[in-house]
Design a protein around this ligand. Sequence first.
Ligand code: PLP
Ligand code: 3DJ
Length: 425
Amino acid sequence: MSDLDATTPDATTPDTMTPDATTFDAMTSDAAALDAADELRAKRAAFALDDLAEGAYLDGNSLGALPRAVAGRLADVVEREWGRLRIRSWDESGWWTAPERVGDRIGRLVGAAPGQVVVGDSTSVNVFKAVVAAVRMAGEERDEILVDEATFPTDGYIAESAARLTGRTLRPVAAGDLPAALGPRTAVALVNHVDYRTGRLHDLPGTTAAAHAAGALVVWDLCHSAGALPVGLDAHGVDLAVGCTYKYLNGGPGSPAYLYVRRELQDRFDSPLPGWNSHADPFAMAPAYAPAEGAARGRVGTPDILSLLALEAALDVWDDVRVETVRAKSLALTDFFLRRVEEYVPKGRLECLTPTPHGERGSQVSLRCPDAGEVMAELVRRGVVGDFRRPDVLRFGFTPLYTSFADAERAARVLADVLAEVPGP
Ligand SMILES: Cc1ncc(COP(=O)(O)O)c(C=O)c1O
Ligand SMILES: Nc1c(O)cccc1C(=O)C[C@H](N)C(=O)O
């Protein structure tokens, strides 16, 4: 945890003084120069963000912006595929196989070779499938499930229920302490790759290796990392992973989540929700369940086609983008924003919860102040949209496909103005 109070002051900005107009001009042109050199700058035009000239949308870590192409594609799905082809679309429009097809496209973004990711259901439901299946794979003698103690709540609730259903004990552990906590009793550890509150990036390669050394499995929740940084699921031998698609993947409100099951584990993946869609021969309508091969084993019921195909259209913006480029810009944006906040905001007013080392940072900046609720409400009124997480956290998400350095500059200035006007505790 770093404290903006404790960081080195910039030579041009004495302790509590806001920069003057000339300094502001220079800072605006710094942002413009960074935007001009940005390899991803043309991508912003692919998103519906025209109304934001004066503000900044820094909430893509909660709901990604709308890719323009989605509306036209959805109209086609509704009018032609559903409206005219009707039931023929399950085959002729590729509806039936969309969960695996879209899964492969997400797979590319999280480092999974084709055939291991399936899209459907919510992250919560996929956490359930993954944790229970992992416990079943781990064997009877392993009686403990570990969960990252700062987890996004849904993962904790589901892990607790999974523990009760499978007769295991749930033990919350700080993500950084997991390697030491894993042992012969551990069936599975459920960990968030990036902490939703602080933006801390957890050590996926190290924790996965430690789990394997202990003979345990690990389930990663990628909600706050997929589309923001390279994950390397295959490269690091991850067992299972889940994630949502409405944040950095811009799939839209409630767009379906995904489940990754490493190829070598697929035959042993025994789903706790074996619906007819994951049957080896769904249209046999057989009374006895026989699981499908491959990623399809993670399916449950009929896919949510409208949301799934909106997501597929949203993923087109990634076709010519490397995740490494996105990561480089994400770090540059969050560095830039942190620098500006340090320069503009009087010392002691904010505490930074997001780690400074690049290897420990996701794509958001979380700043703590006691009156964060009031401050964020005022920021939103002035067009700078981040979010507030109770009791005292301001969260700013940076989506490199569309966030500009000018956005970061404006957001830092408006934040400083608001903090100067809102009296504080
Ligand atoms: C880390 C994490 N996991 C899970 C969820 C929730 O997933 P869902 O609502 O898709 O079940 C979220 C956000 O809503 C999240 O940030
Ligand atoms: N899924 C959300 C929703 O349906 C409404 C509002 C916010 C969300 C979120 O995604 C919250 C988010 N996961 C978070 O990190 O706080």
